[in-house]
Write a protein that binds this ligand. Structure first.
Ligand code: MAN
Length: 558
């Protein structure tokens, strides 16, 4: 009965293959049946029985149900090539009877058609790759060493910047202190000069006049009020007294008031049809005594002007007037030959004349015959604001140098920082270097330590794919190790519609050039870039790092 065991086992449906055959590693996790043994096409548009996956019949519009048979057109088939390197081939070459060189495991054809030659191919590849790696590393490490030299030069330059700016700061601080002293002295000097000007007889007399006018105005207002009240009393007396009492004192008072106010006698009002109205007097109205015409001298103010304009006059800014006056009396009369002699002299002797004038003026000042400009003209306030401005400019310059020093100190800290430009500063040279590659509808760009972008080739908006965030953040990788610098993270890019913010993982390996080789969007808006750089080509002979530990420089990259 043993022969029964040798019989071939019943095959699944003709053409059907293992469910996981041909699936790219990053998609393997998506090929799992549901509880009811169904499966949803990768585009999410159709649910099919799990048995339909890799059954050699195309069921999904996106062709995702046939990763391993070539039944759906325009798909990619993944050969695992265990022992070597996995690779993709077009699905049209699956089961075409030809052994694909890229599929050394023979998985592209039915079992038994092609031999699995991955061990041999893998070994040969490794040997060749090791040789190439050796050359690459040797050349790459030479370039890398120029990067390190650059970092040291940059360090030196920054140290010099720090040193010079420190010296500049010391000098500039002294200069600021000196200018502050000048500004403060100019300000107190100008206060003293003003105080002196205020003592001039003209100014003190002006202030006395102003005070006298203010007092007069105050008294005048009081009198007007008093007069109003008195005229009310007299009006009441005039209209309310009883003439039958024959009180002469009252009659005299009423007649007197009528005369001053220009009113008809109260007893005559109505008698011979002369009314107050006819007499030009309105009922309940106090006659305007002030309306009496009086002679007003030229330049004197009328009652109306006194009423309307006196307040404005008394509110004048006397200090400004004083300074204007001072400037006015200092300035030479227009067209005065005396004050503009220089313009009448031949050019050749103007300098001697100016020198002579200065000497005479300073002599006159020192003998007290004239006052020096600083204490006698309005130039004091101008000088004050000028010295303040000079001080502010000097303070701004000081802050600028301080900022320069601070930036240089921060840059210096980053150069040999394991989290920054690497233990040996080998990455500093690449700060801001931009790498590009075209892929489908887009050109992808990454500016190292800056920003990654997706630029449409046929117009449209460029998306930010994120800014540099860190080296490999995985806890298994230690900062400073070679592996740490093989991955950069760029995040917080433009947000996807209904999705996450775009981000990039940049995988780097040693290469003689800085290049961006490939871009894949692994998940929606999550991009994986691969590239090369000499910065990762550590010398082949093991390298003693600063911490004394051996690096993994010689480790095979495959
Ligand atoms: C754009 C590109 C794509 C991305 C979609 C998401 O078309 O950024 O890479 O997948 O937006 O909506």
């Amino acid at each position: 009965m043993l022969w029964l065991l040798l019989l071939p086992l019943p095959l699944p449906a003709l053409g059907a293959v293992e469910k996981t055959l041909g699936i790219a590693p990053h998609l393997v996790s998506k090929y799992v049946p549901s509880r009811s043994n169904t499966w949803t096409c990768l585009d999410g548009l159709k649910e099919i029985p799990w048995d339909y996956v890799n059954d050699d019949s195309c069921d999904c519009a996106d062709g995702s149900d046939e990763p391993g048979t070539g039944a759906c057109p325009n798909q990619s088939f993944y050969c695992q090539n265990e022992g070597h390197i996995g690779s993709f081939i077009p699905s049209s070459r699956v089961r075409d009877g030809l052994c694909e060189p890229n599929c050394c495991d023979g998985s592209d054809e039915r079992p038994g058609v092609c031999n699995n030659v991955c061990q041999e191919v893998g070994q040969a590849y490794k040997t060749k790759a090791a040789e190439e790696t050796k050359i690459r590393k040797t050349q790459g490490s030479k370039i890398r060493s120029t990067y390190i030299t650059y970092a040291h030069k940059e360090k030196k330059r920054l140290e010099e910047v720090i040193e010079t700016s420190a010296a500049q700061i010391t000098t500039q601080e002294k200069e600021v202190a000196r200018l502050r002293d000048i500004a403060e002295r100019a300000e107190s000097l100008s206060a003293a000069a003003l105080e002196m000007k205020q003592q001039s007889p003209l100014y003190t007399s002006l202030i006395t006049h102003s005070n006298a006018l203010k007092s007069l105005q105050r008294e005048h207002k009081k009198h007007l009020q008093r007069e109003k009240e008195l005229s009310n009393i007299l009006d009441a007396l005039r209209s309310g007294y009883n003439p039958n009492y024959q009180d002469m004192a009252v009659l005299e008072a009423v007649r007197g008031w009528e005369e001053i106010a220009g009113l008809p006698h109260i007893n005559d009002v109505g008698k011979d049809s002369v009314s107050d109205e006819e007499a030009g007097v309105e009922e309940d109205t106090v006659p305007d005594v002030a309306q009496t015409k009086e002679e007003v001298e030229d330049e004197m103010w009328s009652a109306e002007e006194l009423e309307n304009d006196l307040d404005d006059l008394l509110n004048s800014d006397y200090i400004s007037l004083l300074l204007e006056h001072d400037e006015y009396v200092q300035s030479p009369p227009e067209g005065s030959v005396l004050f503009d002699i220089a313009s009448y002299l031949p050019d050749a002797i103007v300098p001697q004349y100016e020198e002579f004038k200065e000497t005479i003026l300073s002599l006159l000042v020192s003998f007290g015959i004239i006052k020096s400009e600083i204490s006698s003209s309005t130039g004091t306030s101008l000088d004050t604001s000028r010295s303040r401005q000079v001080l502010t400019d000097a303070e701004n310059e000081l802050n600028k140098v301080k900022k320069e020093k601070e930036n240089a100190e921060n840059d210096l800290k980053e150069i040999f920082n394991i989290h920054g430009y690497g233990l040996e500063g080998e990455w500093k040279k690449l700060d801001g270097t931009c790498l590009r590659t075209e892929n489908g509808d887009y050109t992808y760009e990454v500016c190292l330590f800056g920003e990654a972008k997706q630029i449409p080739n046929k117009g449209g908006s460029t998306f930010s794919l994120g800014k540099f965030a860190s080296w490999d953040p995985s806890p298994d990788v230690k900062p400073g190790e070679e592996a740490y610098y093989q991955k950069q993270i760029y995040n917080r890019g433009a947000r996807c519609w209904n999705g996450p913010e775009r981000n990039v993982v940049l995988l780097l390996s040693c290469g003689t050039e800085n290049t961006l080789n490939s871009v894949v969007e692994l998940e929606k808006c999550e991009y994986q870039f691969t590239g090369t750089t000499p910065a990762l080509c550590r010398p082949l002979d093991s390298f003693e790092g600063r911490n004394g530990k051996k690096s993994q420089a010689g480790k095979d990259e495959l």
